[in-house]
Each structure stands twice: as C-alpha cells, then as structure tokens.
Write a protein that binds this ligand. Structure first.
Ligand SMILES: Cc1cc2nc3c(=O)[nH]c(=O)nc-3n(C[C@H](O)[C@H](O)[C@H](O)COP(=O)(O)O)c2cc1C
Length: 120
C-alpha cells in the first residue's frame, strides 16, 4: 500500500495521542518509504500494542524488530514527556545529541547508529 502524506500524518497524530495516554515513550519517524520506531514502556502494554495493533496494520509491511530488551528506565523519558514524532532534521539532530550525551545506556549508541540512514 502506497502511503500518502495524509496517511502518514494520520498515523503520526494517532500514535502520538495514544502513546501519551498509555505513557509510552519513544520516537516514530518516516523517511524513504520506511518507518523507524522506538517504543518504551510497560512490557505488557508494549507487547499488546505490537502484537495486536502495529504488526497487524496493513499500512506497512516487512516489519523488523531490531532491539527487544527489558530495561529499567526508558531512554526517552529524560528527553521528552511526550512521545516524539520526528518530522524535521532539527528534531532528529536534537535526538541524536541527546542520545550521544546519554551514552551511559548502551542502547543509546545502538539507536544512534540505527538513525544514521535517516540522516542522509
Ligand atoms: C508504522 C506504524 C506505527 C504505529 N505505531 C503506533 C503506536 O505506537 N501506538 C498506537 O497506538 N498505534 C500505532 N499505530 C497504529 C496502529 O497500528 C493501529 O492503527 C491502531 O492502534 C488501531 O487502534 P484501534 O484498533 O484501537 O483503533 C502505528 C501504525 C503504523 C503504520
């Protein structure tokens, strides 16, 4: 299914409002036909969202899980109290700077690297 700008905006708006309600932290961005998403929060809530909603959503295909790990504190909790929809280069740069400064968490570095292709 080819996504129009309007479809992407709809996914962004819905995701941000729902995730804020469920206290889910993380990021969602879209570039070159690919979404990249980080979801952090209560394990049951995240697993339910992933298995029952996101993975069955026909607006995207070929989903790959890159990191799936139990952590004590969400990495993005200190960044923003809202779930982050990343639409601009400036937002992406700001997230990368934050991740660089939060290198105490080894997943910060992994996420930084995974974001590299979106910076071209
Ligand atoms: C790439 C992508 C990421 C999504 N991420 C979320 C998300 O983090 N949280 C969420 O509630 N819905 C997300 N959605 C939307 C869900 O797949 C689904 O449309 C929505 O949860 C349906 O909810 P409902 O059945 O309660 O209406 C995402 C959709 C796409 C295509």
């Amino acid at each position: 299914m080819e996504l129009k700008q309007k479809d992407i905006e709809e996914i962004f708006a819905y995701t941000q409002s729902q995730n804020n309600k469920k206290d889910i932290k993380g990021i969602l961005l879209y570039e070159f036909g690919n979404f990249f998403q980080v979801l952090e929060g209560n394990k049951k809530v995240i697993e339910d969202l992933y298995h029952n909603k996101i993975s069955t959503d026909t607006r995207h295909t070929d989903i790959q899980t890159l990191i799936n790990y139990d952590i004590k504190e969400p990495i993005f909790k200190e960044y923003n109290s809202d779930f982050n929809i990343v639409k601009t280069r400036a937002q992406l740069d700001s997230i990368r700077t934050y991740l660089k400064l939060n290198h105490h968490h080894h997943f910060s570095e992994n996420i930084q690297r995974l974001l590299n292709p979106f910076l071209l």
